[in-house]
Design a protein around this ligand. Structure first.
Ligand SMILES: [Zn+2]
Ligand SMILES: [Zn+2]
Length: 277
């Protein structure tokens, strides 16, 4: 089975809020990985607005539509919706979804921090409509608290949300977890925490698919640094990929935060390689 890579040319053509022009050299820099025999590149389509309205308010979407960055968010979420369906249908084993302007800071009726529409919300609503009873485990290893993801999944006990941020918290019947990942940590300490706080919960939760927000703003010299080296990220992807054996390898990654061009290029080219192995 194949690894899907969802990328739209628009992502490399603009300077986005917060993540800037980190995709400026894509898709060129991932050519070698795209040439791997079991990797397929997809151009995402825009998400259906009716699906967004199942997560966000009408007022919110009417305002979003007027912004220059809306197009980027629509392609990002469209990619996630299509990829997650293909993974559930067994047409793809796993996928990397490049993304701009959509992500974990978008709540139902407000948004900030460079992400102006929910990435996980519409993706999960669509999956739950098409695959009733589907269980989704979200791992958020971006540096910041995923307030938006938490807001749009709260009360949904078929969604496990483990968010690595700056506080320790367990809520919503043990399905919504925040983990203090430490301000100055090490690669090994962080990986151990992911094992303890995410991987170890999967046996109980029994997910059908894992969605991973793989921000690299946690890297040394990036804007949300927690002191991690760039070599940390392939190790993290390998660890989560191994843990996804519990759901037949169904694993969807979104690029998420971070603005450093060299770290971005290192992290996501290696991510494709590991997903395709
Ligand atoms: Zn962040
Ligand atoms: Zn959190």
């Amino acid at each position: 089975m194949k690894t899907g890579v969802f990328f739209h040319e628009l992502f490399s053509q603009k300077v986005w809020h917060i993540i800037n022009d980190k995709f400026q050299n894509f898709p060129g820099v991932m050519q070698e990985q795209l040439n791997l025999p079991n990797v397929e590149l997809f151009e995402p389509k825009k998400v259906d607005e009716q699906l967004l309205l199942k997560v966000h308010t009408l007022r919110f979407i009417d305002n979003l539509k007027k912004q220059w960055y809306a197009e980027g968010a629509y392609y990002t979420i469209g990619g996630a919706v299509e990829a997650s369906e293909k993974i559930m249908l067994g047409e793809l084993r796993n996928a990397l979804i490049f993304g701009v302007a959509a992500g974990h800071h978008a709540e139902r009726d407000s948004a900030w921090g460079g992400t102006y529409a929910s990435f996980c919300g519409p993706t999960i609503v669509n999956l739950q409509e098409k695959f009733p009873g589907v269980k989704v485990a979200i791992l958020d290893t971006d540096s910041h608290h995923g307030n938006g993801t938490r807001d749009v999944t709260m009360g949904n006990h078929n969604v496990l949300h483990v968010c690595f941020c700056s506080v320790n918290r367990i809520e919503d019947n043990n399905t919504k977890i925040c983990v203090d990942s430490g301000f100055q940590t090490t690669d090994d300490r962080y990986l151990t925490l992911v094992e303890e706080e995410f991987v170890n919960r999967l046996d109980d939760f029994q997910p059908d698919i894992i969605i991973h927000l793989l921000g690299h703003d946690t890297a040394k010299n990036d804007y949300g640094s927690r002191g991690l080296t760039k070599e940390f990220f392939p190790k993290l992807v390998q660890l989560v990929k191994n843990s996804a054996e519990i759901c037949n390898g169904r694993y969807l990654i979104n690029t998420h935060g971070g603005a450093s061009v060299p770290i971005c290029e290192y992290v996501y080219t290696n991510t494709i390689k590991i997903l395709a192995e």
